[in-house]
Each structure stands twice: as C-alpha cells, then as structure tokens.
Write a protein that binds this ligand. Structure first.
Ligand SMILES: [Zn+2]
Length: 247
C-alpha cells in the first residue's frame, strides 16, 4: 500500500495491525555512463514493490536526497546530488517523530548506498539511525513525561527487553543487501552486481549501448551484467525483507 494513496480509515487499520511502514531511502549519484543516477534508491523502491505483492506493508514516498558524496565523481555534468548527513538528521527526526505521532510503531527505512560499511555506518544511514533514536526519546518523553523510564510502570523493562518487546525497535534502519549476502552476490558500485540488479528490477535505468563510454575502474565489470544474475540478487533481497519486515 502506498502511504500517499491511503485513506484515514486504512491508516488506522494499518496502525491497529502494526503493519510495517517502510521508507525507501537512497541517493542520486553517478553510476557510470550506462546507468541512471537514481540506481541506489530505485533498487529499494522496486524491491519493495515486489515484496508488497506478498506482504501487507505500507510504502512511504521514497527519499532520494541522501548524502551521495562526490567520492565517485564531481557533480558537474555527472548528476550526483550531495546533501550532508548533518542536514539530513534534523529532517529525518521530524519525519520519524511525525510517523510516531500518527501512531505507527513498526517503522523502517531501507537503504542501498555505501551499505558495505553498514555496521560502522555511513553519513546517510547514520543520520537516519540517529534521527530514529532522537525521535523515539522525544516522543516517549512527550507521551509519558520526564522520568518515564524510571517510573514503577517500567519495572519489567529488562525482562520484556529479553523477550524482544522493545520500543527502541519502533524505528529501524536496514541495508537492502545484508552483510550475509555479500559473499553470495557481487557488491559493487555500478559494476556487475548493481547493473544486474537494475536489469532485473528496472531495465529502463540501464543503457547497454553506453558501456563503451565508461572510464572508471568500478564500471569495468558492468558489461558482464545480466538480468539473470540480477534475479538471483533480487531473490536474496526478498528473503532478507521477509526476515526483516515482520508485522
Ligand atoms: Zn549504487
């Protein structure tokens, strides 16, 4: 279900059923001469569209304006859009806080950009992770008042935490491709792995006629891409989404 198309009674039902509410998160970044700049975000959007066919999830309008960085290419004529993490964090906090106010308690952002370092974090995912934490503390304090955690009502906190019920899970950020996938599928930037994913998920974002125009080391493997390999990656991504986005 697309959030922007939902009626209030559908939103109330999604809240009551604790359905996952998912933000596709990414960037606009140069991905060689053969691939569209929206690749990272499109991979998330298209994967979620497939997952939506088998699961009751709410998909928020995607956020494309993450911190692409100019590490791959300077922006002039390349198309990379860079918005720094320090600017993203306040925006993301307001967004998550607002979703908590609406009543959602199963909020996720899925990102595909620089996620080979997801455990340590990179500017976009760190900004959204920190924002989620900030929003939850702010929300709980507004809802329950200062001293809420220390109150007698919270005496079972650690026991409940061990059982997995934890309001700090209300907002979570995940990579589209988990670390466990890295040994099974090529993780790259605009190489075989990403190009194959696009051929499988969004073929209009790839122009094979432009492979020869590439000069970067990272695009050298792109011509070996295939929709068939991409489908294998998509199957692994869907498996990961099934495990991650539970109701
Ligand atoms: Zn990418």
């Amino acid at each position: 279900m697309r959030y922007e198309l939902m009626l209030p009674h559908q939103i109330r039902k999604a809240i009551a059923e604790n359905r996952p509410v998912v933000l596709p998160l990414g960037v606009l970044e140069y991905h060689g001469e053969h691939m569209a700049v929206g690749m990272d975000t499109l991979a998330v959007v298209k994967s979620l569209e497939l997952f939506e066919k088998e699961a009751e999830i709410v998909i928020l309008p995607p956020f494309y304006y993450g911190a692409a960085s100019y590490a791959v290419a300077a922006p002039e004529g390349s198309g990379s859009v860079q918005v720094g993490g320090n600017v993203l964090a306040p925006f993301a906090e307001e967004l998550f806080y607002s979703l908590l106010r609406i009543g959602f308690r199963n909020i996720h952002a899925i990102i595909h950009h620089q996620t080979e370092n997801f455990a340590a974090g990179m500017p976009t995912d760190l900004a959204f992770k920190a924002a989620g934490r900030q929003a939850m503390f702010r929300f709980l304090e507004k809802e329950r008042g200062e001293g809420w955690w220390g109150s007698p009502a919270m005496a079972d906190y650690y026991a409940e935490h061990d059982e997995g019920s934890n309001f700090f899970n209300w907002v979570q950020v995940h990579p589209l491709m988990p670390a466990s996938m890295h040994s099974r599928y090529p993780f790259d930037h605009a190489g075989t792995g990403e190009t194959s994913l696009m051929l499988a998920l969004c073929p209009e974002a790839v122009d094979a006629g432009r492979f020869a125009d590439n000069t970067g080391w990272y695009t050298a493997s792109a011509p070996e891409a295939s929709a068939e390999l991409g489908q294998k990656g998509v199957a692994m991504i869907l498996e990961h989404l099934r495990a991650t986005l539970s109701g």
